[in-house]
Design a binder for this molecule. Sequence first.
Ligand code: B12
Ligand code: SF4
Ligand code: SF4
Length: 286
Amino acid sequence: MSKGSRQVECRSGVEQVIHDFWATPQNTLKMPCDEPAWAKPLIGIARGSDPLFTQLKEEIGPFYWTPLEAFKIAFPEASARATDLSVIVYVLPQTEATRRDQRQEEAVPAERWARSRFHGEQFNCALRLHLAERLTEAGYPAVAPERLSQFAYRQSERFGLASNWSERHTAWIAGLGTFGLSDGLITRAGKAVRFGSVVAKIDLAATPRPYVGYQDWCLWFAKGTCGVCQQRCPTGAITDQGHDKPKCFDYIRKVTAPYVQQHYGLGDTPCGLCQVGIPCEERSPL
Ligand code: B12
Ligand code: SF4
Ligand code: SF4
């Protein structure tokens, strides 16, 4: 079998694992009517040797992992080079029902949104591990960096609060979308999404990046228009200068997290009012 057809076969196997798991009852908001947490996933692939990963490390800080560093934490004995690795990234779009409810809200998240942050992220964590386990069993050692016990929040000199593995920067490298004024990554399924990723010793072809700049799909940067996400934020954390992380963080910790605990009995830290009621909610506006 040629290298190209082996890559295609492996890629469809990976897509099958993700789609099959998405179709299980684990994909649930745990509502009485038992509806799914997520609409159908999108999938992108980056090569572990893509120079953008090392560039990101240089910009974010020395604590930030390249795919090889994350892989080596899980498999310290494995002989692997960055060129042997692929990074599989998926997008989990919010459902129409969740987005519709969230659009009605102006100060606190809707119950469905809060459930997607809690139960939906539990599903996302399970999917990351499931994909890594299935690949490892099939002879392709794999790790979900965000699930490693060493995954942690740090302070980037340049960008403030940052973790050592950023799911959306990984998605940007894997051709899945570009950043918006609010900081959110705009994908073909829009910005109301969550991401997950797995690094594996497997030879998959990279998904082409249909953009050049890292903010190409945001109307603000591409055309100097829009800015609607600024009006959606109840605490003024999005301005012409971009996203004020400490302001956003404080609002979530002091207002929305206590609210969802009290009203829905859910832990966690949802807000995301800036992810709906905007031109990039469910598609790229460009
Ligand atoms: C820490 C964190 C937060 C913090 C800080 C957010 C932040 N901007 O970093 C707080 C608590 C505020 C937060 C809030 C929210 N979060 Co949050 N959060 C994370 C977490 C755990 C790590 C993010 C991180 O480390 N980023 C690294 C730093 C460096 O990124 P950054 O500063 O945002 O990046 C900017 C710069 O790098 C800049 N930049 C400047 N120069 C250059 C040059 C280049 C080449 C590039 C590429 C970029 C770049 O562009 C970026 C965007 O402006 C991720 C999960 C994960 N492990 O990835 C989720 C994550 C980012 N959050 C997510 C979500 C959904 C939310 C909320 C909506 C809450 C909710 N669930 O209801 C809000 C949205 C806030 C907003 N306006 O984006 C999603 C993102 C969805 C999306 N479409 O982008 C993620 C990816 C979780 C997931 N698994 O899907 N979050
Ligand atoms: S709402 Fe408009 S300005 Fe904000 S991220 Fe989306 S396209 Fe950009
Ligand atoms: S997530 Fe942050 S930026 Fe978005 S609406 Fe809430 S407080 Fe504002």
